[in-house]
Design a binder for this molecule. Structure first.
Ligand SMILES: *Cc1c(COP(=O)(O)O)cnc(C)c1O
Length: 349
């Protein structure tokens, strides 16, 4: 959401705050930096529950420290899925908070857009908000020509909120937390859950650690192999490089969550087969994933594993097979070598 460059453009300087070994904000370091920069402290940018999937118990204290030293607290509201009906950012100290309607409030945002995020502010900031009728006397006029954002997609969030009602919204938050904890409990014996709160629970998402055997198969191999099992991979290498971050949300059924866990556990066994030497170190189901229909129907099949193992790795694959259209691509190469697919200008002459 926030590009650090924006702060630079406004003449502000970003001061990173340390985290402790559990991934939480290092409160002593935060306090030291708040004291050090008290003369020109503008704001803290904080995410709650945090990006490592934990409700940080210090959140009130963190906000208080910033307020005590003259700053404001901007809460990244991207994780409201774990809070709606349960906690209110204003109560624990946030002054400003955006709501990712395209996450928590159900506007689909696959493929990069659209995203809409109303920005909520505490009452004392109202005089500083952009005004619909620009007024030279006011602190600030409009900063954008689209005061209501992408208005045409707001009815989706409106309908979602109206149909769910207060009880339904609360239930959704509880379910998203329950689903993440169920998944963390099922996966932990196979893939250690990296961070937890004080009572051993996660928030609405969790990071699983897959780095121990990265020379054999890494997060990308696991992500690609999940496609063979019929799943789109979860967030990869963020916020911790080489790990997977899973957010099941409230909307998956228990059966689907179990299938996803079964797929990951089965992939762990496939990795173990490589570690044991039962599968080839290079020519294996993980390194070659995902397998296209073209690949498994080819006359040229020469892999040491079967076509069935490649394309139908789980009992449910038969009923729900999803076929990827392309095999393994080199993601990093693609990101660094932009190909323009537009016809040349001469095509329009
Ligand atoms: C998704 C996410 C963002 C980015 O939000 P967009 O508005 O979708 O770009 C920022 N912070 C956190 C914690 C997120 O989960």
């Amino acid at each position: 959401m926030v590009n650090v460059g924006i702060f630079g453009a406004t003449g502000m300087t970003v001061v990173p705050v340390a985290t402790d070994e559990n991934g939480n904000i290092d409160v002593a370091d935060l306090e030291a930096k708040a004291v050090q920069h008290a003369d020109d402290l503008a704001a803290l940018m904080v995410t709650y529950p945090s990006t490592h999937g934990v409700f940080e118990e210090s959140i009130e204290q963190v906000c208080q420290i910033i307020h005590d030293h003259g700053g404001q607290v901007y809460l990244d509201g991207a994780n409201m899925n774990a809070q709606v009906g349960l906690s209110r950012p204003g109560d624990y100290g946030a002054d400003v908070c955006h709501l990712n309607l395209h996450k928590t409030f159900c506007i689909p945002h696959g493929g990069g857009g659209p995203g809409v995020g109303p920005i909520c502010a505490a009452a004392h900031l109202v005089p500083h908000l952009p005004d619909l009728q620009p007024d030279v006397e006011a602190d600030s006029g409009m900063v954008s020509a689209a005061p209501w954002g992408s208005t045409s997609i707001l009815p989706i969030s409106y309908a979602y909120i109206a149909m769910m009602g207060p009880d339904g919204l609360l239930e959704a938050s509880r379910l998203s937390i329950l689903n993440a904890n169920y998944m963390a409990a099922r996966l932990d014996p196979h893939f250690p859950v990296l961070y937890r709160g004080a009572n051993g629970r996660v928030a609405h998402e969790c990071i699983i650690d897959v780095r121990d055997y990265k020379d054999v198969a890494d997060a990308e191999d696991i992500a690609k192999r999940l496609i063979d099992y019929g799943f789109h991979a979860p967030t990869m290498s963020w916020p911790v490089a080489g790990t997977l971050m899973i957010e099941p949300t409230e909307s998956e059924s228990l059966a689907e969550i179990d299938r996803f866990c079964d797929a990951l556990i089965s992939i762990r066994e496939e990795i173990r087969a490589i570690q044991n030497g039962d599968a080839d170190a290079e020519d294996n189901v993980l390194k070659n994933a995902p397998h296209t229909a073209m690949a498994v129907t080819s006359d040229e099949w020469s892999h040491p594993y079967s076509r069935q193992q490649a394309a139908y790795p789980a009992p449910w694959s038969v009923a729900t097979k999803f076929w990827p259209t392309v095999g393994r691509v080199d993601n990093a190469f693609g990101d660094r070598n932009l190909q323009c697919a537009c016809p040349p200008m001469s095509a329009y002459a």
